[in-house]
Write a protein that binds this ligand. Structure first.
Ligand code: DQA
Length: 148
């Protein structure tokens, strides 16, 4: 059971980027926490952060065939990244969209996600734990499907 954990533009700056909104943890710390939780859940994770939409799409196209689901924080691409949205939809995999901040409690343009319609669900505003909740959901989904 392998999942992709993808972070988009500017999320490489976590830790120093507006901590009041995005928290104090670096992306590496979040990824390490996820790795530990995944090991307990007997899941494997593969991570990518990129500031470029094309690199995110190449990774999704390459890795989706051997994956069971995708956790993605698309950064600002959330709001206008149609190519990324299509790439996610084309995988046919369950996708969980994660946002550290509550995108509905900020500027109006952030309240619209072009990813939401192709995601199974969204976690927004629960900080780094949102990634953990997304992982737990996907593991439960895939395990249930395997038991059926
Ligand atoms: C974000 C919210 C986006 O609006 C913003 O552009 C980000 C981070 C979040 O995690 O809260 O880069 O996805």
């Amino acid at each position: 059971m392998k999942f992709l954990v993808i972070n988009g533009p500017n999320l490489n700056l976590l830790g120093t980027r507006d901590p009041a909104l995005y928290g104090n943890l670096t992306l590496e710390q979040i990824e390490n926490t996820l790795r530990r939780r995944a090991a307990r859940l007997k899941a494997e994770l593969e991570f990518l952060q990129s500031n470029s939409e094309g690199t995110l799409i190449d990774f999704i196209q390459q890795k989706a065939p051997e994956s069971s689901g995708i956790i993605i924080n698309p950064g600002a691409l959330t709001h206008y990244g149609y190519s990324l949205r299509d790439a996610l939809a084309d995988t046919g995999l369950p996708v969980v969209e994660v946002h550290l901040s509550n995108i509905y409690a900020r500027e109006g343009w952030r309240a619209h996600s072009v990813m939401a319609a192709v995601a199974r669900g969204q976690v927004s505003g629960l900080g780094w734990r949102g990634y953990l909740y997304a992982l737990e959901f996907l593991v439960a989904q895939v395990s249930r499907r395997r038991r059926q």
